[in-house]
Design a protein around this ligand. Structure first.
Ligand SMILES: NC(=O)c1ccc[n+]([C@@H]2O[C@H](COP(=O)([O-])OP(=O)(O)OC[C@H]3O[C@@H](n4cnc5c(N)ncnc54)[C@H](OP(=O)(O)O)[C@@H]3O)[C@@H](O)[C@H]2O)c1
Length: 430
């Protein structure tokens, strides 16, 4: 029989245990597709005694994950520890230095150190695969990098964080506030005890930085991504969005614009008719627009043991077959130096909700500020009548520049008649 591909797995948490289970459960099918069996021979984690619900009998155990790189019985290293630095980075660097292929699910590592790691992989003629790092079980990396390789990509848009999408979906369906839904999501295990990476948009930004590098063939640039999360989204804004024909989604958007590439993660209002508007709950979606292919929509589960293991094992099958592609689609020397365009230069339409005192002249004051900054209105809704009390005013604008909107908003927020911090949400017609 053909020699098996011997795998060392570092990290035996949700994803690591899922990978071992999948490799065992679908061993025959995987061997047929890989052209040879794929066998885990060694593992590393912190706590040897922990019950992981899987048998580790017959596998070599390492407390020091980096030791997998020098184990002669390991052909390929799978890094499932997580974190942009520390043991995950040390292991990946050690494996590549030893000329061993690496498979990882680690978006933080790729987003922050992907350029240097790609160079190291090339120098050592070792592959570095990371299908599981973006949108879990959705083959987004392969789809974009290989499937759409012939296209100039104009834009990639994604729902890239299942926790945020789940929270926003519950808020809409049940009319509940953010903090309430977050607390429940934590109880159900859909949100981490420290949820900030997810709800503040950082996790989605890691993934968007990776997608942008692939889509536009340039070095990964996490620091250029504008990042906002969903903490400030209220049930009222979700309801008003529906009335205007929009859904609120946390989107990552990477686009070719005048002057370069813009990359941003923030809540958006998207038309209910767009395919991304109906991607609900823990589901993720990636939408790519290519010059020859047009719009391509991929949807599926973005996290969890099964979907993530599915992507990791697909990468292992590529390694077993000897299939490899440069990390960022083209070799490091061939990547473009396209600049990043700052958020202040972004152009788009806005939804603005103000809680104002119900008295004559207030609307004129607000529209006067917008006029001063050359911002024109698309629509205005004023709800309820409660003389002397707070009432919502909802404004939507035509396309204008982010810098102008920010400057106008600062002045509007300072008006005596405006009683709460204004809610600003960008409208994306996509
Ligand atoms: N969970 C998902 O749905 C998902 C989806 C896509 C991508 N990912 C990515 O996949 C990776 C793993 O995520 P996960 O959810 O499986 O994490 P997890 O459940 O927290 O598991 C992490 C594993 O790493 C081990 N570990 C921690 N420090 C270590 C060290 N110094 N040396 C050796 N092992 C160490 C832990 O060992 P002990 O068990 O002994 O503590 C644990 O087994 C992350 O990069 C994550 O971003 C996860």
């Amino acid at each position: 029989m053909t020699r098996p591909l011997n795998v060392g797995v570092a990290g035996l948490g949700t994803v690591g245990a899922g990978v071992l289970t999948l490799l065992r459960q679908n061993a025959d099918l995987i061997a047929a597709r890989a052209g040879r069996p794929i066998a885990v021979t060694a593992v590393a984690a912190r706590d040897r005694k922990r019950d992981r619900g899987i048998s580790l009998d017959g596998l070599r155990w390492y407390d020091d994950a980096a030791a997998l790189a020098s184990d002669s019985g390991v052909d390929v290293v799978v890094e499932l520890i997580g974190g942009s630095d520390g043991p995950a980075k040390a292991l990946v660097e050690a494996a590549l230095a030893a000329g061993k292929p690496v498979v990882t699910a680690n978006k933080a590592l790729l987003a922050l150190h992907g350029a240097a790691l790609a160079e190291q992989a090339e120098a050592n003629n070792a592959s570095l695969a990371f299908e599981a790092a973006v949108a879990g079980g959705i083959p987004a990396i392969k789809g974009l990098r290989e499937g759409l390789a012939a296209n100039r990509i104009a834009r990639v848009t994604g729902i890239l964080n299942g926790t945020c999408n789940y929270i926003l979906t519950c808020m809409r369906d049940q009319g509940r506030e953010f903090a309430d839904v977050l607390a429940e999501a934590q109880k159900l295990g859909y949100a981490e005890a420290d949820p900030s990476f997810d709800i503040d948009g950082v996790d989605a930004a890691h993934k968007l930085a990776i997608l942008a590098a692939l889509a536009f063939g340039r070095p990964v640039e996490f620091d250029a991504v504008h990042v906002e999360g969903i903490r400030h989204i209220s049930a009222l804004d979700i309801k008003l969005a529906e009335e205007l024909g929009y859904r609120i989604k946390l989107l990552g958007i990477a686009a070719q614009v005048d002057g370069g590439i813009s990359t941003r993660v923030h809540p958006c209002m998207v038309p209910v008719s767009h395919p991304i508007a109906v991607v609900d709950g823990v589901y993720n979606a990636v939408v790519a627009e290519g010059d020859f292919v047009g719009r391509v929509v991929l949807e599926g589960r973005g996290a969890g043991a099964g979907p993530t293991a599915s992507a990791v094992v697909a990468d292992l099958i590529d390694v077993a077959r000897g299939r490899s592609t440069p990390v960022w689609g083209a070799g490091s020397a061939a990547l473009a130096k396209t600049p990043s365009v700052p958020m202040a230069q972004n152009r788009g339409a806005y939804y603005l909700r103000l809680m104002v005192v119900d008295r004559p002249g207030v609307v004129a004051e607000i529209t006067g500020v917008l006029r001063d900054h050359s911002i024109s209105l698309e629509s205005m809704i004023q709800r309820g009548r409660a003389p002397g009390e707070a009432v919502p005013i909802v404004l939507t604008t035509h396309d204008c520049q982010e810098a102008s909107m920010r400057a106008a908003l600062e002045r509007i927020a300072a008006l005596d008649s405006v009683l709460e911090t204004p809610a600003l949400i960008r409208i994306e017609t996509l």
